[in-house]
Write a protein that binds this ligand. Sequence first.
Ligand SMILES: Cc1cc2nc3c(=O)[nH]c(=O)nc-3n(C[C@H](O)[C@H](O)[C@H](O)COP(=O)(O)OP(=O)(O)OC[C@H]3O[C@@H](n4cnc5c(N)ncnc54)[C@H](O)[C@@H]3O)c2cc1C
Length: 462
Amino acid sequence: MRSDPSDYELVAPQNLSAVVALLAEQPGQWLPIAGGTDVMVQYAAGKLAARKLVSLWNLPELRRMEVSADEIRIGSGCTYTDLRRHEVVEREFPLLACAARWTGGIANQNRGTLGGNIVNASPAADSLPALLVYDAQLILASARGDRRVSYRDFHTGYKQTLLAADELIRSVCLSRRLVGYISYSRKVGARNAQAISKVCVAALGRVLGDVIEDVRIAAGSVAPVPMRLQKTEQLLRGKTIDATLSQRARETAMGEVRPIDDIRSTARYRAAVVGNLVAEFLQKMVEGRQGSRSEALARWNRLSSNDADREILDCCGSSAWSRELVACRPFDDEQSLITASDKIWNRLPLQDWLEALSKHPRIGEQKAPQAASVQSATWSAQEQQGVSAEGEAIQSALADANREYERRFGRVFIVCATGKSAGEMLEILRNRLRNDDVTELRVAAEEQRRITNLRLKKWLQR
Ligand SMILES: Cc1cc2nc3c(=O)[nH]c(=O)nc-3n(C[C@H](O)[C@H](O)[C@H](O)COP(=O)(O)OP(=O)(O)OC[C@H]3O[C@@H](n4cnc5c(N)ncnc54)[C@H](O)[C@@H]3O)c2cc1C
């Protein structure tokens, strides 16, 4: 049935306050319209139930992108073209930039908005898997004020959202702290442009040494709402990528999606494609890891001694260690760097060991007495994730034991904390309190050597 324009009312307030006031006066009566690329398709098909439309197009409050040290806030009214042209989105959020490039054609990208894509709530929407892996937060606005929700909770079922009748999306927030990840995205459709996805996947992975430290995989068009592949992620975390793991990940991914047969594809095909894309992502992680390590090392080999020294000090706070390592350049690969580092560290005099140990924060605290650098402090916080996850009782027992250690040995207790819970660290600390001075310094130096090796690997993958 054709739509008759005279059946519709369209208003275009000049600011966001006027829009939310209107939504509050008659909740559920007014349908927001941003770029109109979904709404107008419904209108043209005679399927637009709403008769009153309130325009959000070009409202300045929704068109901003605000970048702070911690996050980027993208106004819900930003178009795909805005996203594609934004330097921080392009550089730090390639999965979103890629989704913007794939959405529709140029005309559609000039009009279609991120907020419209989210609220339209299609399981096939291209930007949504990217928002899932970046752990996006949404700021919802209404006359009652703003509230912040996790995007992961926003789509509650097929075409269902958390949005109240008087609310709209003000902005989408992405944390800038996801560094050192390899990113992967694929859209599988009849064509890349101007085609609705049969399957779309966005993924991020970070590898430490040979082990997958963190992985996030999301897929669209395979369930009533875009989904994170949590079982596959769980299988992969902490493992080394090889052919067996890749096959198991493929099967797990195929088993956890819930696709349907529809006009564009079959459930069987969609599940098989998801499995293939997960395997392709793992392959990319292997290649990316090797490539980025050797590039980082080659760049460091070329730096002036002063610059090379400043950079490597993030990994171990002894200036004698860094000076000697810099003097041994060039290194061909990660292994030769680590071998040289071990040799230098093991033959350093005691005062150089003590210098490095003094750069660590107390276990359970973020701030070192003389932290070597911001990067070193960030790594310390990541290494000690196990402590912040624990309850107050164990944290306070740890604080007491730390104080006793400092009274006994005159420096902070250090342990290679990666992967250890606070309880495990407390037990190690109590055992080490029984050591004599010489033994304890050797044990602490060995822990520092292990921390340095892990940090060198992280540093090469930054
Ligand atoms: C030719 C064509 C090709 C397309 N190709 C793709 C593609 O490849 N991939 C893809 O994912 N999509 C595609 N789309 C769909 C569409 O372009 C996107 O979903 C787009 O992001 C919608 O944004 P919009 O601003 O146009 O939304 P609108 O049509 O204005 O609104 C869509 C829905 O969102 C609501 N809404 C909009 N903004 C807000 C807000 N800030 N707060 C609350 N509610 C809001 C509206 O009320 C409406 O329910 C295509 C559409 C067309 C016509």
